[in-house]
Design a protein around this ligand. Structure first.
Ligand SMILES: Nc1ncnc2c1ncn2[C@@H]1O[C@H](COP(=O)(O)OP(=O)(O)OP(=O)(O)O)[C@@H](O)[C@H]1O
Length: 266
């Protein structure tokens, strides 16, 4: 019901300011991004533009050369220690093969949260149920299909009750049918948990299916070229075509097949 009262401002889950990272090449150069609590943001950009580097910095695996990252208003790092709970789902499940699915999830909980083992066991159980793996808790990863292993890795990331859930092309190794099923499951989980998601993909369809906001990224050093809220688009088909054209141009630019002056202007 609309009471006429102004909506409360959303809190910011993530603020990135002037983030800069250089290897031999410049990957991020004064990159800015703000993500509200509970948003589902898809990052769509050409190979090698810096998406994984960005996620690795947000997960504390990589350090930036300069810039600020604030999670819920406070710095991501303090004295080189991660001060926030961040969940990370990789392209491959990366489960420990010598541990059961339950123990894989419990290990993540133990590493991040200060809870006793009976609490971590019941949390693991809850999150495995959330991803549809009830009954498979004692299985070892090699007895599960690729889709089930990826479900387990999503449970592991969620079980630490992350302030940010980072997902780096998590469904790209799955067949189209499983990919669709897991996309639906992820949307359900996102709605149920309200977790803030940053999701990397190369698929325009996947981005439009999942995201509350799609960010189209440029070639390196990457910047945001275009922001789209799929649910506000009146002609999604035409918008997707435009994104595909921009995306293709950035791929060519990234591969050195065109010069910045020839790139699409927006
Ligand atoms: N540890 C590293 N040392 C040197 N160069 C690196 C390192 N990590 C990434 N790079 C380079 O930084 C650039 C961005 O890499 P990154 O993996 O972030 O791109 P990406 O957008 O995730 O690519 P993809 O879509 O192919 O996964 C690439 O040119 C890559 O070779």
């Amino acid at each position: 019901m609309n009471t006429g009262a102004p909506a409360a401002p959303k809190s910011q889950a993530l603020v990135i300011r002037r983030l800069t990272k250089r290897y031999v090449v410049s990957v991020l150069d004064n990159f800015d991004l703000t993500v509200d609590d509970g948003e589902f943001v898809c990052l769509l950009g050409p190979n090698g533009c810096g998406k994984t580097t960005l996620l690795r910095i947000l997960a504390g695996i990589e350090t930036p050369d300069s810039g600020d990252v604030l999670v819920h208003g406070s710095p991501l790092h303090e004295r080189n220690r991660l001060t926030h709970r961040i969940g990370y789902v990789f392209q491959e499940p990366r489960l420990l093969p010598w541990k059961s699915v339950r123990d894989n999830v419990m290990l993540a909980i133990k590493n991040v949260c200060r809870v006793d083992s009976s609490r971590s066991r019941s949390l693991a159980q809850d999150f495995l149920r959330l991803v549809g793996l009830s009954g498979f808790e004692d299985y070892f990863p090699n007895r599960l299909s690729g889709g089930m292993q990826q479900r387990a890795s999503i449970a592991r990331a969620l079980a630490v009750q992350p302030e940010l859930l980072l997902m780096d092309e998590p469904f790209s190794a799955l067949d189209p049918e499983n990919r669709r099923i897991l996309q639906d499951e992820l949307l359900r989980i996102w709605r149920e948990t309200g977790v803030t998601v940053l999701f990397v993909t190369h698929s325009v369809d996947e981005a439009f299916r999942l995201a509350s906001r799609v960010l189209v990224l440029s070639a390196r050093p990457t910047r945001i070229l275009l922001e789209i809220r799929p649910d506000r688009e009146t002609d999604v088909h035409t918008t997707k075509q435009r994104v595909l054209e921009i995306f293709a141009e950035q791929v060519r630019l990234q591969q050195g097949l065109t010069t910045p002056a020839q790139a699409v202007t927006i």
